[in-house]
Design a protein around this ligand. Structure first.
Ligand code: EPU
Length: 351
């Protein structure tokens, strides 16, 4: 029996804490309940909107939709753990719990991605990444359903999509573009290994790990778990906890510009952080915003975090429109000063 709530408040279900209601909120205990949920949405003539942890969405108003929350929470570990493993993870599983579970068993793969909020099923959509690692590095395949299309008379269909067909890029995938609103992710297949090399390209991470490894309590812990602990400490020192201060993580992507423009900017701003990228140079959006004087800025009930200029915060009682006005102010200032266009990262939801 499906649990369906009409006119359901979503305030607690988005980490920006904006007030919004869903026409219907439906909880699925099992992936095989999805066809029934699609039938219900079709009967109501409403779209299905899958919601994970709500940590990467901006609700612009009430959602005229059937909001779907997947609840399946079971990981199946083999009795004897092999060195190399493909683990199937249900979409509703907490990402942070997954990092804790896998790293404490000694598996490498997700350790640099500790403390990222949200549920596993949302991870491929923006190809979550941190400290030099992306989901794409361990994702093998995505399981889910193609939504039924009444227009084309196509029923819902279960499918397994190879990760290499998902066009995973920097904070990007096909789930944000041509597959948007068409495919519901129900599980991930992740490649994990007990033998992999740690990825310590970030100087801060490497230095803090070396200190941690000298502590007596570190000696019995697997290396991936220690790395996850250091990443957790690093993130806690810079990023606000959404449970205490509403936010959606990085609000902008780090922009990629041509090598020529980066060189020109570097003659004016020699200390500007920049990193090689496939098609030019990647800049630190946080640095650009910080240079424009926005760190700690307040505009009524929204503002810029005082420790990380890339994170916009909501202190309560504000709206998506307030936040978008601040984002526009920041985007214009960065464009005027550096001639660099910032791009929003979280998804604007207007159904
Ligand atoms: N910086 C500033 N001012 C600030 C913050 C940072 O000048 O207010 C400078 C730093 O000194 C550094 C550079 O900007 O030189 C980059 O900062 P940081 O290493 O903190 O990382 P980021 O580029 O701002 C990205 C991801 C984060 C991820 C970190 C660590 C994006 C959009 N953001 O941030 O991801 O945790 O790297 O790998 O790529 C997220 O997506 O929600 C997120 C938090």
């Amino acid at each position: 029996m499906l649990v369906k709530v009409a006119n359901a408040p979503l305030d607690q279900l988005n980490t920006l804490g904006f007030a919004a209601k869903a026409s219907w909120l439906v909880k699925a205990e099992q992936a095989n309940e999805l066809p029934e949920i699609f039938d219900f949405a079709l009967s109501q003539q409403l779209p299905v909107f899958p919601l994970g942890g709500g940590s990467n969405v901006i609700f612009q108003g009430d959602l005229k939709a059937v909001v779907l929350q997947q609840q399946a929470q079971v990981l199946s570990w083999p009795e004897i753990e092999p060195d190399e493993l493909i683990l199937s993870v249900p979409a509703g599983y907490s990402w942070q719990q997954l990092v804790l579970d896998t790293t404490s068993k000694g598996y490498f793969g997700l350790e640099n991605l500790a403390l990222i909020p949200g549920q596993a099923g949302a991870a491929p959509i923006q190809n979550i990444g941190a400290y030099g690692v992306e989901l794409a590095d361990s994702l093998q395949a995505v399981e889910g359903y193609w939504l039924p299309s009444s227009r084309q008379n196509k029923p819902a269909r279960f499918d397994v999509i190879d990760a290499k067909d998902c066009a995973l890029g920097y904070r990007d995938s096909r789930f944000k573009h041509d597959w948007k609103g068409r495919f519901i992710i129900t599980a991930l297949q992740l490649q994990l290994s007990k033998q992999a090399e740690p990825r310590l390209g970030y100087a801060d991470l490497k230095a803090r790990l070396a200190i941690k490894q000298q502590q007596p309590e570190a000696t019995n812990l697997p290396l991936p778990q220690l790395i996850a602990q250091v990443v957790t400490e690093l993130r806690r020192s810079k990023l606000p906890d959404p449970a205490k201060l509403a936010n959606a993580g990085s609000f902008f992507k780090n922009p990629v510009i041509s090598k020529q423009q980066a060189d020109e900017l570097l003659t004016l701003y020699p200390t500007m952080p920049h990193y090689p990228a496939a098609n030019g140079s990647k800049l630190a959006a946080a640095w650009l915003i910080d240079q424009c004087g926005f760190k700690g800025a307040k505009r009524g009930s929204v503002g810029v975090h005082k420790q990380q200029a890339l994170v916009l915060v909501h202190t309560g009682g504000g709206t998506a429109q307030d936040l978008l006005a601040l984002a526009e102010e920041i985007t214009s200032a960065v464009k005027n000063r550096f001639n660099v266009q910032l791009e929003r990262e979280p998804e604007l939801v207007n159904l």
